[in-house]
Design a protein around this ligand. Structure first.
Ligand code: NOJ
Length: 558
């Protein structure tokens, strides 16, 4: 179970490093930075999709599962990436997007052209209701209905995301078999596993009922496709036919998954997946229009969420740990404090809090140098289809004003994570010598890799230390979690215990000093600091002491 000991680093190739100056990151660009990643110390790269795609959703709409996107390079480049990564003891985890394809995949083109094609049944087609309307009232993730009418055949097809992302019909064994063959192709090439895109959405309730109407006017179809009736059967079959033959790492991205479901997906005896990505903490503060109406959130809520997952999966299953990814705002802007005064300190505090929890930590590119959200003042600078559709839908139907929508975008748009990686203070942050596909965040002059590497106190070296500690201390990997001070709104404190090793982790999530009091139940003789984000050089009595704003400290207790 090497994946328990690993740290995963997510690369979003489009925004990572551009080797040929077309403004788009590419595989050769990733190869150029492998030494950097090896220096950081990570074990696995999760590569967001590099397959051929018309890029309606930046590669999450795949038109050929066994070809590389032209903009990203060639299959030779990809093979070289695996080989070069492996020589540095880094594994590659592919993104597997099999809830849907692109509408430009040849399966869909044939399905659409010919009702009698064997590929017709690779997708989900339904007749219109008697009045001609769509089969259900469901709203799609990127706006509009989940159903698109096809004039030629007189039927609708289902797309839970954009209309260029038709959902695959997993009921069809031939489709499932094609997917498994494709997975074997990549595993045989040497990839180490898969991050599975919205994999808990592949089994739909066959009765296709209407959903409860939302503020958008569309119905919520979620109950009829999240964790659907046959999803575990499909994953067990996938495991049997593909995964068990290799020593893989697998993580299923799962909106609307709870701990009980996650035990089924990741339980040791169940032979499905290693881990899931849940959305509970990244949904904190979602309002009536979800992330587009963001509200305040409380530390007690965050602690309750993490504790539920830590305790719930203690004996069965395994957690994945993340603050951010290509769909989320930047960690420091969302959960820390991006001000000049506290950016670095709060970035290190967040890293401490997450990397000391039980589970496999994921670092999203740029997090290790403390990149922050971007605030473009015009919608024209945004590229993400979700952001653009939501902006137009909500401002035209009067749900939000343009100002409100832009403010929400600044806080929660996916493009916050997708602006180019900051390599240096050279033009375009050293990402490209061309024109980047999305503008760089203007703060690259102060926040960039070159600067981070030159400063021994930088967030980068702090991440490097956290990763190294994981390799040295079994308690960080295996220790049992216990929450302390559940009602404290400033401090997140917990212990991890493994045999006779014990850690005490204390993180101040606020911009005020905070008083820590060690609960009487925690008995110990001596303590030693394992890692801390401040060099305070003062004697402290662990029984009660004051933490600085955003301070984080980890003690080993004996
Ligand atoms: C989740 C992916 O992470 C996101 O980027 C994508 O838009 C949707 N799934 C659809 O594939």
């Amino acid at each position: 179970m090497w994946w328990k000991e690993s740290v995963v680093y997510q690369v979003y190739p489009r925004s990572f490093n551009d080797s040929n100056n077309d403004g788009i990151g590419d595989i050769k660009g990733i190869i150029e930075k492998l030494d950097y990643l090896a220096f950081l110390g990570i074990d696995v790269i999760w590569l967001s999709p590099v397959y051929q795609s018309p890029n309606d959703d930046n590669g999450y709409d795949i038109s050929d599962y066994q070809a590389i996107m032209d903009e990203f390079g060639t299959m030779e480049d990809f093979d070289q990436l695996i080989a070069e990564a492996n020589t540095r003891e880094i594994n590659i985890m592919m993104d597997l997007v099999v809830n849907h394809t692109s509408d430009e995949h040849h399966w869909f083109i044939e399905a659409k052209n010919n009702r009698n094609s064997p590929y017709r049944d690779y997708y989900i087609w339904k007749d219109p209701l008697p009045d001609g309307s769509a089969p259900t009232n469901w709203g799609a993730a990127f706006g509009g209905s989940t159903w698109e009418y096809d004039e030629k055949s007189g039927q609708y097809y289902l797309h839970l995301f954009s209309k260029k992302q038709p959902d695959l019909n997993w009921e069809n064994p031939a489709l499932r078999n094609d997917i498994y063959q494709m997975m074997l192709y990549w595993l045989d090439k040497g990839v180490a596993g898969f991050r599975m895109d919205v994999i808990n959405m592949i089994s739909k309730d066959p009765s296709y009922p209407d959903g409860v109407e939302q503020a958008t006017g569309y119905g919520d179809g979620g109950p009829y496709y999240f964790n659907g009736p046959r999803v575990h059967e499909y994953l067990q079959e996938m495991n049997q036919k593909v995964l068990r033959k290799y020593n893989t790492i697998t993580v299923g991205e799962m909106p609307a998954v709870n701990v009980e479901e996650a035990k089924l997906y990741t339980g040791k005896e169940r032979n499905e997946l290693n881990m899931v990505f849940h959305f509970d903490h990244v949904s904190l503060g979602d309002g009536k229009l979800g992330k587009w109406t963001p509200q305040e959130w409380k530390l007690t809520e965050l602690k309750a969420i993490f504790s539920r997952w830590q305790e719930g999966l203690e004996n069965e299953g395994w957690n994945s740990l993340y603050w951010s990814n290509h769909d989320q705002p930047r960690a420091i802007s969302r959960f820390g404090n991006p001000s000049r005064q506290y950016r670095e300190r709060s970035g290190k505090m967040l890293a401490t809090c997450l990397h000391m929890l039980k589970g496999t930590p994921y670092i999203y590119q740029g997090e290790e140098i403390g990149m922050t959200n971007v605030q473009f003042d015009s919608i024209d600078n945004y590229r993400d289809l979700e952001t653009i559709h939501a902006y137009h839908d909500y401002t035209t139907n009067g749900l939000l004003t343009k100002e409100e929508m832009l403010e929400a975008i600044h806080k929660r748009s996916r493009d916050n994570a997708r602006t180019p990686m900051h390599w240096s203070d050279e033009p375009e942050a050293g990402f490209t010598n061309g024109v980047p596909w999305i503008p760089v965040n203007p703060n690259y002059k102060t926040i960039n890799v070159r600067r981070a590497l030159a400063d021994k106190e930088s967030i980068f070296y702090y991440y490097q230390r956290l990763i190294n500690l994981r390799k040295k201390y079994s308690v960080i990997v295996h220790g049992k979690y216990q929450l302390l001070l559940p009602d404290d709104e400033q401090l997140y404190a917990y212990t991890r215990t493994w045999n006779d090793e014990r850690l005490l982790v204390i993180c101040n999530f606020s911009d005020q000093t905070a008083m820590f009091q060690l609960p009487d139940t925690i008995k110990h003789q001596t303590e030693k600091i394992l890692i801390a984000n401040m060099d305070l050089d003062i004697e402290r009595d662990l029984k009660a002491f004051t933490l600085q704003p955003y301070e984080a400290v980890v003690y080993i207790l004996n």
